[in-house]
Design a protein around this ligand. Structure first.
Ligand SMILES: [Zn+2]
Length: 260
């Protein structure tokens, strides 16, 4: 009997993979940036991939902003070089890391994922985030996505940060809790606001429900988001989580705005 089921399973699997192969040829993947036909597993043509700017060392230990200059030999030995902004205004989170610079090359990909329902990109992004965030994922105990207000969730139909968290949880084995942090203020879109206005916009916008406090108590948390712009949202989320009992909050994003 078991053999019979195994036989059916094996043939069904083989049939589906043949169909997948066939479908890939009659409906080939197109790069979401250039529109070129591509066989690449990243979903991007080699041209689009080559134009991406990956963030690498040396960078600020706290906010992850890449330094535009080479560090001296002595400074390079220390892992904890901190930028001027983080020295003057230390954020609530411990460290923030991102895969890519948010620029003309990465924008179509990130926006395609966020607004254009290119949700399949979560698979590639999660793999890239695992590498870019290896330091902060090392001792992380919980992944929490930056939440959307329910009215925006209703319009957009999905929370892009939750998709990233779930996939990141799958590839790292770290638990993900999407309902712990709630956005209680329907804040306007922050696209055109400056840093000060962004800070005010998200002030007291989040809350940890009383039922969720025990989930985060004394936990090292990684907050997951798509884009790190001024850091106001990440900072406010981290402050809320720490106030509710979390031990430490780090931030991991797909892209980061880097001001020269
Ligand atoms: Zn910094």
């Amino acid at each position: 009997m078991i053999n019979q089921y195994f036989h059916i399973y094996r043939h069904t699997k083989s049939f589906l993979s043949r169909q997948g192969y066939f479908l890939d040829h009659i409906l080939p993947h197109r790069c979401i940036v250039t529109g070129e036909i591509t066989q690449s597993k990243t979903g991007l043509s080699p041209k689009a991939w080559g134009e991406l700017n990956f963030i690498s060392e040396p960078m600020c230990y706290i906010c992850g902003t890449p330094f535009s200059y080479q560090l001296s030999e002595d400074d390079a030995k220390s892992e904890e070089q901190v930028c001027l902004s983080c020295t003057e205004y230390p954020p609530s989170f411990k460290r923030a890391r991102a895969v890519l610079r948010y620029d003309d090359a990465s924008k179509p990909i990130v926006l395609g994922f966020k607004h254009g329902d290119k949700t399949f990109m979560a698979v590639n992004f999660a793999e890239m985030m695992k590498q870019a965030g290896y330091q902060i994922l090392e001792d992380a105990e919980l992944l929490i996505p930056v939440p959307l207000h329910w009215t925006r969730l209703l319009r957009r139909r999905f929370n892009q940060s939750m998709l990233l968290s779930k996939r990141l949880s799958f590839v790292t084995g770290i638990q993900c809790h999407s309902g712990v942090l709630k956005r209680i203020k329907a804040t306007p879109v922050q696209g055109y606001l400056d840093t000060k206005a962004r800070k005010k916009n998200v002030s007291r916008a989040f809350r940890v429900g009383p039922d969720s406090a025990n989930i985060i108590k004394d936990k090292k948390i990684v907050l997951v988001d798509d884009v790190f712009t001024s850091g106001s949202t990440a900072n406010e989320c981290a402050r809320t989580l720490l106030e509710a009992g979390a031990k430490q909050v780090d931030v991991l994003c797909v892209a980061k705005v880097v001001r020269d």
